[in-house]
Design a protein around this ligand. Structure first.
Ligand code: NAD
Length: 488
């Protein structure tokens, strides 16, 4: 007996059976409950989705930006109307606290679609005067785009990718992560109800095999991945075979730097948000917390007082602040990093173990964990753990902390806490990170582009710049005189 009936694929504006004849299970990680079986897409289903997306593109790309905007805005209203039921489904599939999902995940997805729906009518080329001729540019959609998502923010990632792709007039084939496939389908239902033409937003399922099929497919113009750096490298190599456009939102090991003049309580709040929100399963998390040596003790004391008060529990309980990790195997990976931290000499000052939640013996709960006296070369300070594990490091001067903060192959995000504005901007300018905060952390308003440098990503999501990543620019020369020809 499963909670929901078998999940089909969504292709060409309707639910259809996968041709593979295979299914996979999706579970509630907090309880182990089997939520439902999900049909597994085959490469043949991918071909069908590409065909449907091509048909959808013909209709959608010929609409004006204003017409597209109107439909997307209806989807925004439906998303907001259904916030609570969507949040509950997301909590069942991810194990994250309802306290978060009910105010962040769906809201952020809706905000993004609203923002790009607003931009859709403004997408335009330019005019160039050339004396006896003129030129103009056309900003055109790319065609069929593909999105591949991670499991930590499933509906938000689906909404973000759809918002950018669709506002620009593209169609999209979206593949959610296999651990959290359910809400991407609810988005498909909402788009259909809002009047989106068939084939403009399609959802297929599966893991790396179908993901590879998308990266290699000749009928797909662009691939946008949210996932790990290791997967990003594979997707980019596969996409190179057809010279597809790529956008990559990948992993990180981001620094959060707290100078001696920082507002201590705010800095502690930010460090906690940057490590324990969504059980630490956030790409931009500031997992290397560099604290100036003169305030380290005061910082750690306050951090431990407040961390001890975090409520770990049933994700559906509105009081819960720390839910379940995504799976047992991910929990094992997080716990093995914690063991490595201890072995390599970091001082464990809180958490460090699996947490037991009453009535949920099969949950993957890990107590919020803090290590102090960490060093840059420790594994916990170099590798992405993607769990509630904070490493506190101390530093003595600005040049030193900038150098150490930048000493990583990642460069997704960074934060600086100081009351000295000159220093804040000076340090931010030196930090190798695509997304930065001064005196806060992890806020991602849709108006600001988000993206990583180095091995954390390519391209941007959100902000007006994203339009360039989902359109191509055509140049047109228009002759007003005769053809000037040297041939007799
Ligand atoms: P993952 O890389 O294992 O999987 C991501 C997606 O890629 C999944 O849908 C998966 O099925 C697919 N995939 C796997 N192998 C593939 C292949 N060879 N070809 C094509 N697709 C393939 O990542 P995950 O475990 O789902 O998510 C966690 C990672 O995502 C972390 O590293 C995190 O930092 C990153 N992340 C980044 C952002 C961001 O915006 N930068 C946001 C969320 C998560």
């Amino acid at each position: 007996m499963t909670r929901f009936s078998e999940q089909q694929l969504f292709i060409g504006g309707q639910y259809v059976n996968a041709t593979s004849g295979k299914t996979f299970a999706t579970h509630n990680p907090a309880t182990g409950e089997l939520l439902c079986q999900v049909q597994l897409a085959s490469l043949e289903d991918l071909d069908r989705a590409v065909e449907a997306a091509r048909e959808g593109f013909k209709v959608w790309s010929r609409m004006t930006g204003t017409e597209r905007s109107r439909i997307l805005m209806r989807a925004v209203a439906l998303l907001r109307e259904r916030n609570d039921e969507l949040a509950e489904l997301e909590v069942l599939d991810t194990g994250k606290p309802i306290q978060e999902a009910s105010v962040v995940d769906i809201a952020s997805g809706a905000d993004c679609i609203e923002y790009f729906a607003g931009l859709a009518p403004t997408i335009r080329g330019s005019h160039v005067d050339l004396n006896n001729a003129f030129g103009y540019t056309r900003r055109e959609p790319l065609g069929v785009c593909a999105g591949i998502g991670a499991w930590n923010y499933p509906i938000q990632i689906a909404c973000w990718k759809a918002a950018m792709a669709l506002a620009c007039g593209n169609s999209l084939i979206y593949k959610p992560a296999s651990l959290t496939p359910l809400t991407a389908f609810k988005l498909a239902e909402i788009f259909t109800e809002a009047g989106l033409p068939d084939g403009v937003y399609n959802v297929i399922t599966g893991g790396s095999e179908i993901g590879r099929g998308m990266s290699l497919h000749e009928g797909i113009e662009k691939i946008s991945l949210t996932g790990s750096t290791a997967t990003g490298k594979k997707v980019m190599a596969d996409a190179a075979t057809t010279l597809k456009h790529v956008s990559m939102e990948l992993g990180g090991k981001s620094p959060l730097i707290v100078f001696e003049d920082a507002h201590l309580e705010n800095a502690v709040s930010a460090a906690m948000m940057a490590n324990f929100y969504t059980q630490g399963e956030i790409c931009t998390n500031g997992t290397r917390v560099f604290v100036h040596e003169s305030i380290k003790d005061a910082f750690v004391e306050r951090l431990l007082e407040r961390t001890a008060k975090l409520v770990i529990g049933d994700p559906m309980d509105p009081n819960t602040q720390v839910g379940s990790l995504i799976s047992q195997s991910h929990m094992e990976s997080v716990l093995s990093y914690i063991r490595k931290g201890v072995e390599e000499g970091a001082q464990l000052v809180c958490g460090g173990e699996q947490a037991q939640v009453a009535g949920m013996p099969e949950g993957a709960f890990v107590a919020p964990t803090v290590f102090i006296n960490c060093h840059d070369e420790m594994t916990i300070c170099r590798e992405e753990i993607f769990g509630p594990v904070m490493s506190v490091l101390s530093f003595s001067d600005e040049e030193e902390v900038v150098r150490r903060a930048n000493d990583t192959e990642y460069a997704l995000a960074a934060g600086v806490f100081t009351r000295d504005l000159s220093r804040a901007h000076r340090v931010i300018a030196e930090l190798e990170a695509g997304t930065c905060w001064i005196n806060n952390y992890n806020l991602t308003p849709i108006e600001l582009p988000i993206g990583g440098f180095k091995q954390s990503g390519i391209g941007h999501e959100n902000g007006p710049e994203a339009i360039n990543h989902y359109t191509r620019l055509k140049s047109v020369y228009v002759e007003l005189g005769d053809v000037d020809c040297p041939y007799a």
